[in-house]
Design a binder for this molecule. Structure first.
Ligand SMILES: *Cc1c(COP(=O)(O)O)cnc(C)c1O
Length: 450
């Protein structure tokens, strides 16, 4: 049997509104051709992000009813912190309303001008929080991680030699910590191998520098290690996750990803002094240390989600679904970032639309065409988002957890292939208005006539 089925059936149904092409053309024009400006009700298949968009299980909804909303020392807090400690292994746990709040607290404590924070690839909020503290964010992913076409199992790996040189040249005292993002979201959702984590851990600990994880997709990363790295085939994702976290000293986490919840996050650390200072900031801006920015019911949903995300049948289905989408498009000649990431697939828009120059935003043209043709919302990750610094022109299709079925994914495959067959008709865009920074969220476009 080849078919990997969804390991769940559907109990509550959220209707999709099936729009016409004409309605979508109207909505697109009204949004200034910026997909962030659409009403979500006008989207049929929403692949804008996998963050907070997943479906919760019956056990999570039941746990929500059991939420204890006591201000201090609630039952839900003890359940949550026990679960986090069991999987991540770190002593001190600081709940936050989402991942970037954990980042802000961590980097406001360890970052300052003159300090350097290396990471395989900083996610945009991580980089922004590092830079906001005055520290410098440096990406040290190995070269393969910057090349869309190379088929390698662990394209999230750090170039350990480059990291060693960076530390030796600047001096270890400049490095309050080194970070590893698992999986590497900004680098195509590519995993980091256990061997690489171990090498980074030995290197930085040799210099007395702590290692922290940006752990948002730790379960997907553990599954890739189980499937692709020698010696892990018979270990559970939970055992692999524990082994990996034991090589570090703490983590930041967005529970909107592998927490399987719609909101939430945390900072975890073995450093008691750092934790005490983090709790002071937490009380100032997020809430009392036994709930952070969360309700008791949110803590319950996350505790349950962290258990479900490590289940083998879930992970098998999750990665099969992303891989299926990427492989089917790749087989029909659509230029893709390879291999498929854990949470998303990335279409190489520059290869898809070679007649549209970078300055006319091929990624935007493709994202708009997919919406107009089929009501699918993806996300441009290229010159609109990064300006002249864009390393690639990509359209990301992120897959929300447990939300769409096989036939939804087949619909996405067919729609992309139809747009691909008529790609010569697509035209570029120009920007007619933009804000001073993070322009991709709000800028307005106009299609070019030729
Ligand atoms: C989403 C994400 C964050 C930030 O988390 P939020 O919950 O969106 O604030 C940080 N790092 C990575 C790798 C992420 O994917």
């Amino acid at each position: 049997m080849n078919t990997i089925i969804e390991p769940f059936r559907i109990k509550a149904v959220e209707p999709l509104r099936l729009t016409t092409r004409q309605e979508r053309q109207h909505a697109l024009r009204a949004a200034g051709y910026n997909l962030f400006g659409l009403d979500a009700d006008d989207v049929i298949i929403d692949l804008l992000t996998d963050s907070g968009t997943g479906a919760m299980s019956q056990e999570q909804w039941a746990a929500i009813m059991r939420g204890d909303e006591s201000y201090a020392g609630s039952r839900s807090w003890f359940g949550f912190s026990d679960r986090v400690r069991d999987i991540f292994g770190y002593e001190h746990i600081i709940p936050t309303h989402q991942g970037r709040a954990a980042e802000r607290i961590l980097f406001s404590l360890v970052g300052e001008p003159g300090k350097i924070i290396p990471n395989n690839t900083h996610f945009d909020t991580t980089r922004a929080n590092v830079e906001h503290s005055g520290a410098r964010a440096v990406d040290v992913v190995a070269d393969a991680g910057r090349d869309p076409a190379t088929e390698l199992p662990f394209k999230g790996d750090v170039d350990v030699e480059r990291l060693r040189r960076l530390i030796v040249e600047a001096g270890p005292e400049k490095f309050p910590l080194v970070m590893l993002t698992v999986t590497n979201n900004a680098g195509g959702g590519q995993p980091v191998s256990m061997a690489n984590v171990r090498a980074v851990s030995e290197l930085v600990h040799g210099f007395g520098i702590p290692l922290y994880f940006d752990a948002c997709r730790f379960a997907e990363n553990a599954y890739f290690i189980q499937q692709r790295e020698q010696g892990y085939r018979h270990k559970s994702a939970r055992e692999i996750a524990r082994e990996m976290f034991a090589l570090g000293d703490g983590c930041t986490m967005s529970a909107k990803k592998d927490g399987m919840a719609n909101i939430g996050g945390f900072l975890a650390t073995n450093d008691a002094d750092l934790a005490a200072r983090a709790r002071n900031i937490l009380i100032l801006t997020e809430g009392f240390p036994t709930y952070g920015g969360l309700a008791g019911r949110d803590l319950e949903a996350i505790a349950q989600g962290l258990d479900e995300v490590l289940q083998q049948d879930y992970l098998e289905y999750r990665i099969a679904s992303t891989t299926y989408l990427c492989d089917h498009l790749h087989a029909k000649g659509v230029p893709m970032l390879r291999p498929a990431g854990g949470h998303a697939v990335y279409i190489d828009a520059a290869g898809f639309l070679p007649h549209i120059p970078k300055a006319q935003f091929p990624g935007q043209a493709l994202a708009c065409a997919l919406y107009e043709h089929a009501g699918i919302r993806g996300c441009e990750i290229g010159s609109v988002m990064f300006g002249d610094n864009a390393p690639m022109e990509l359209v990301r299709l992120a897959i929300p957890r447990r939300v769409y079925t096989q036939s939804h994914i087949d619909y996405v495959v067919e729609s992309v292939l139809e747009v691909f067959a008529n790609r010569g008709d697509l035209r570029g865009y120009e920007i007619t208005w933009e804000p001073p920074n993070l322009r991709h969220f709000t800028c307005k476009f106009q299609p070019l006539s030729s």
